[in-house]
Ligand binder design. Structure first.
Ligand code: CA
Length: 256
């Protein structure tokens, strides 16, 4: 199985029930989660909970091995600790992103380290969970990712056009001025949501709820960080955006 193929589970969406639980079927490969974390207690707790939910779990305590596992075996989602004995989590994230721009990556950070979160998102992570976390919280995040991943993109077609940008929602790419660059899972989800509601304001809370799937996500800054990243990619001048506009006191709206 290719690490570059985010739809490794193929039509595995049939195996997800409405609550996001998984029925195990022998005919479809199980959804694989890669855990890169060196604290054995956390690995054990997560592995038990994920396997109980029907996921296949692969884990390692070393960053370089994690990168290699993603290359060799692929995964549908990665959980990545920032403090590892060899590479740090940012380096791991960047290395994985260099060959797999799509796989959802959730980073584990220490409490209150806002700068860690921003740096992690800059390195290509999609979401973060603050330590100490409950296994239930992380499971809810992972299930939310797969619920969105398996939703039919049919309503969108494959390509969304915003100004001079063409976003291919299946290939997770952005083409602009004849250059094509990768977009992460959440960047594509954000573009899809904004374009579904073109010209209408969307609040940060609604964006968090619809994309990250939890009302209790720790901070609205997550949305702002993703908007900043997207503007840098699609706006001519990200400081005076013409497509992703701020609606003061509320959130954002997309204008094509
Ligand atoms: Ca650690």
């Amino acid at each position: 199985m290719s690490a570059n193929n985010p739809t490794r589970t193929g039509d595995g969406s049939r195996n997800l029930d409405s609550a996001g639980g998984i029925e195990i079927s022998r005919s479809v490969p199980r959804t694989r989660i890669l855990i890169i974390e060196d604290e054995p207690d956390i690995v054990r707790g997560l592995t038990d909970a994920l396997e109980f939910e029907g996921f296949e779990v692969v884990s390692t305590g070393e960053g370089q091995k994690g990168v290699q596992l993603m290359k060799d075996r692929g995964a549908d989602c990665a959980i990545l600790d920032l403090m590892l004995p060899d590479l740090n989590g940012y380096q791991v994230c960047e290395e994985i992103r260099s060959f797999n721009p799509i796989v959802p990556i959730i980073i584990l950070t220490a409490r209150g380290q806002e700068s860690d979160k921003i740096r992690g998102l800059d390195a290509g992570a999609d979401d973060y969970v603050t330590k100490p976390f409950s296994v239930g919280e992380l499971l809810a995040r992972i299930k939310a990712i797969f619920r969105r991943l398996h939703k039919s993109p049919a309503a969108h077609g494959d390509v969304i056009r915003i100004g001079a940008n063409e976003i291919d929602v299946k290939k997770h790419t952005l083409t602009r001025a004849r250059r094509t660059s990768p977009l992460s899972f959440y960047e594509v989800e954000l573009i899809k949501l904004l374009s579904e509601r073109e010209d209408q304001p969307l609040s940060r809370d609604e964006i968090l709820d619809k994309i990250w799937g939890l009302d209790a996500h720790p901070t609205n800054r997550t949305v702002d960080n993703f908007i900043v990243k997207l503007r840098k990619k699609i706006e001519d001048d990200h400081k005076t955006p013409r497509h992703i506009l701020t609606v003061y006191g509320l959130g954002y709206k997309l204008v094509r």
